[in-house]
Design a protein. Structure first.
Length: 257
């Protein structure tokens, strides 16, 4: 059993795969597996991943013949693995070399910590190392109201027993929703360190012009009693989503607040 499972959904990601795996192999902490959910992969993606598997034993591949949302891919990875720790690391982002080791060490140093997050750099080109530095220091009071965990947060598998998995209704806001449950029930630790490089080209699930990010943010705001930023979206959010329930494995379950 590996100490850590990395969640890495693969959908139209052939331009990132080689460098992603190469970067992962250079991590200073190596007791991990990358659970790759290959969603309707292209022949080229399959070739790249299978070739990488021969070189990098940390790749744990699962192929989906039909399209599933990112949230469902994450849940699939969690359910088919058994590590103590879980983290998000999307294929179009890159971590600093000591990113995983610093985060895992935090759990080892303090057993009361249930999740870890830190700072990161927003870049507009893959592999770029300069951009907007996001410093989440001294924002602990916002953990239950804002998505400040960032793109690289890590958590103990045991938290799932209480707060459940990612809501599969949400296509771009599942991490925000999960963060709200996580912060309400568990203890987190911020690392004042650059954990990686988050790619934002305006084409992502939460950044493209047709994104559901604002609508799904409204769902989360209603669900957890937060201040609603756009009141005009409230009725649409309520009519298009089950606000009081989350969708897991094609079944709806009430959210315990």
């Amino acid at each position: 059993m590996k100490k850590l499972t990395v969640l890495a959904s693969c959908f139209k990601a052939e331009n990132f795969l080689k460098n992603y795996f190469k970067s992962a192999a250079k991590q200073s902490f190596l007791d991990f597996e990358i659970a790759v959910e290959a969603v309707t992969p292209s022949p080229k993606e399959i070739i790249i991943i299978n070739k990488a598997k021969k070189k990098y034993p940390f790749i744990n591949l699962n192929i989906h013949e039909y399209r599933i949302p990112l949230s469902e891919a994450w849940n699939t990875s969690i359910q088919r693995t058994d590590s103590d720790l879980i983290c998000i690391w999307n294929l179009d982002d890159l971590r600093t070399k000591d990113s995983l080791s610093r985060m895992v060490a935090t759990f080892n140093e303090d057993e009361t910590v249930d999740y870890v997050y830190g700072n990161y750099t927003v870049v507009d080109k893959f592999k770029k190392k300069s951009g907007g530095y996001i410093n989440e220091s001294e924002r602990e009071n916002e953990l239950t109201s804002s998505m400040i965990l960032g793109p690289f947060f890590m958590f103990k598998r045991s938290v799932i027993d209480k707060i459940g998995l990612f809501d599969e209704q949400l296509l771009s806001g599942a991490d925000f929703d999960f963060a709200m449950r996580l912060a309400r029930d568990f203890k987190g630790k911020h690392l004042d360190h650059n954990l990686g490089y988050y790619l934002n080209t305006g084409n992502g699930l939460s950044t493209n012009q047709n994104s559901l990010q604002e609508l799904e943010r409204t769902v989360v705001e209603i669900r957890y009693g937060l201040d609603v930023i756009n009141e005009d979206l409230v009725e649409k959010a309520k009519s298009n989503y089950s606000v009081s329930k989350r969708l897991i494995n094609k079944s709806y379950e009430y959210i315990k607040k």
